[in-house]
Design a protein around this ligand. Structure first.
Ligand code: HEC
Ligand code: HEC
Length: 474
């Protein structure tokens, strides 16, 4: 997990979720006061409408910060370089590799100590083996560089915010560094501070010791020194940041994170799906099925009530009752539960709420759900249609988890506990919906039309070597 120091306590402004929004009557009422969604007419461009029930605006260059090639190139190396992990044994790419669709293909990642890529990844061997699974699914990184994304992590514990002098509310509180360019860059400050993800366990290395002690500034200082001690990186840093005036003492981890964020924003921008081209006015870009599925998405499927806007997310938090698998976040009846948004906001009303994910490239970013509980796109969509029934009939065989008996022992503890499962079921705030087989098929076709063909082959975004000389494979 990314370190959740919770030093500051969070003061995030939360939009109280109005459960009634999802009930049929309110939806009907909303539609009554605003024109109902209708598929655009062929050959007639309709001005994009701001109402969230309507067509989103097309994505344009203005949605992304200007490119900075020097930062991109530096970030590309750092993202794949194990130099940023305490034991020099994994990198950002271990869990977000471009060759595995910027996720890892697993339900739950295994961090430092693990070996292999994607579903071939194992839990490692001997003393260096992983200590636990990471409790949440490694999300994809597509489009996160866009200005639209202000909230990072499944529980939104990092948010762009004017309430904090650094511009971000984060788990590091006042220890956070100023100068982070974007939320996705700010996010890159955190994986390195997590013992399980990247830093390592107490006693294994000095970065791990600082991480375990909660001293994030020391983690960042030590790692910055490691990077700047490599001449090639120093040159690249000076090139990317002329304002440093070639003075190594001015470099801190924010420069490293900004480069990683720039690379992520550029390499994983994905806005040329059939859907994008359709929204831009090419009415033949989506198949008729997908086009009808878009209507289902906006009307009978009610998907747009949460998956709204350009990237199909309102960045709000809802309890959907996705089955709880894995080691959890140390809370609940078994101590293996994950309370989701509550862990960031401190508000019990947020229990089991998770952030609405963007649906861009969703067909290629399985497994799905905040803990990867579902291994087919169809299963996670059907879950939405009747969440209580889906939770109670969950087939745990679909979890994609590198096996090891001591880890397996707790994977389904929470799900199999009827008390915990009832608590989760009672939290569900999405009402059942019914779709005809035809509507469902069309809806799936629409979700597939959100895939940018360029994202399917990202080989060009992967370096063949990194300045530390460490191997690129695990
Ligand atoms: C051991 C696996 C692992 C490693 C290594 C790792 N991550 Fe992650 N990453 C995750 C998981 C799991 C989450 C979700 C955690 C949560 O929401 O609580 C995540 C979340 C993210 C997010 C937020 C995505 C979103 O939609 O909110 C970004 C961006 C990201 N990671 C980038 C990085 C970068 C950059 C690095 C390297 C500095 C990195 N990750 C290293 C597993 C990993
Ligand atoms: C009440 C708000 C809400 C509505 C309505 C809604 N979703 Fe979701 N959706 C979410 C949230 C929140 C999650 C993440 C849940 C979790 O992981 O615990 C999610 C997850 C998903 C995922 C998995 C994405 C991933 O990367 O893991 C897909 C696919 C999805 N929704 C599609 C749909 C479709 C299709 C509809 C309409 C039938 C829909 N959603 C309606 C809030 C909503």
């Amino acid at each position: 997990m990314h370190n959740n120091l919770n030093k500051e306590g969070y003061m995030l402004k939360k939009r109280a979720f109005n459960k009634r929004l999802l009930t049929g009557s309110i939806i009907a009422a909303s539609l009554a006061v605003s024109p109902a969604f209708s598929a655009p007419q062929k050959n007639k461009w309709q001005a994009p409408q701001k109402n969230k029930w309507q067509m989103p605006d097309p994505v344009t260059d203005a949605d992304y910060p200007p490119r900075n090639i020097a930062k991109d190139e530096l970030g590309k190396l750092l993202y794949y370089d194990k130099i940023l992990s305490g034991n020099k044994n994994n990198s950002c790419a271990s869990c977000h590799h471009a060759l595995t669709d910027t996720g890892d293909g697993l339900s739950l990642p295994v961090g430092e100590g693990a070996q292999g890529l994607g579903i071939t990844r194992n839990t490692g061997t001997g003393e260096n083996a992983v200590h636990e699974r990471v409790p949440r699914n490694a999300p994809h990184v597509f489009n996160l560089g866009s200005y639209e994304f202000t909230t990072m992590f499944h529980d939104g514990r990092l948010q762009k915010s004017d309430l904090h002098p650094t511009g971000y509310m984060t788990p590091a509180g006042d220890d956070f560094l100023p100068g982070l360019d974007t939320p996705v860059a700010a996010q890159a400050m955190f994986p390195v501070t997590s013992p399980t993800e990247m830093a390592g366990q107490a006693g294994e290395n000095e970065v791990a010791n600082a991480a375990v002690a909660g001293n994030v500034r020391e983690v960042w200082r030590l790692l910055t020194k490691r990077v700047t001690d490599i001449p090639e990186y120093l040159t690249l840093l000076f090139n990317a940041y002329p304002e440093l005036n070639s003075d190594v003492n001015h470099i801190n981890f924010a420069h490293i994170a900004n480069a990683i964020g720039a690379y992520e924003a550029t390499a994983f921008r994905a806005d040329n799906s059939p859907f994008d081209n359709y929204i831009r006015g090419d009415w033949s870009a989506m198949s008729p099925k997908a086009e009808q599925g878009f209507t289902v998405f906006n009307t009978s499927g009610q998907c747009v009530s949460c998956h709204s806007g350009k990237f199909q997310t309102d960045e709000q938090f809802y309890a959907l009752g996705v089955p709880q698998i894995g080691p959890g976040k140390g809370v609940g009846l078994n101590g293996h539960d994950d309370f989701g948004r509550e862990l960031a906001s401190g508000d019990p009303a947020d229990r089991y709420r998770f952030r609405t994910p963007s649906l861009r490239n969703v067909a290629i970013t399985g497994p799905w759900g905040h803990d990867g509980a579902f291994n087919t796109l169809e299963a996670v969509v059907r879950h939405h249609m009747n969440a209580v029934s889906s939770l109670n009939n969950y087939d745990d065989q679909q979890a994609v988890l590198p096996s090891r008996s001591d880890l397996d022992a707790i994977d389904f503890q929470v799900h199999n506990d009827s008390g915990s499962r009832t608590a989760l079921a009672n939290s569900i705030e999405i009402d059942p919906i019914q779709l005809s087989d035809q509507e469902f098929t069309n809806l799936m076709a629409f979700l597939h039309a959100l895939t940018d063909p360029a994202s399917v082959d990202l080989r060009a975004t992967v370096p063949s070597k990194v300045p530390s000389g460490l191997p690129l494979w695990d």
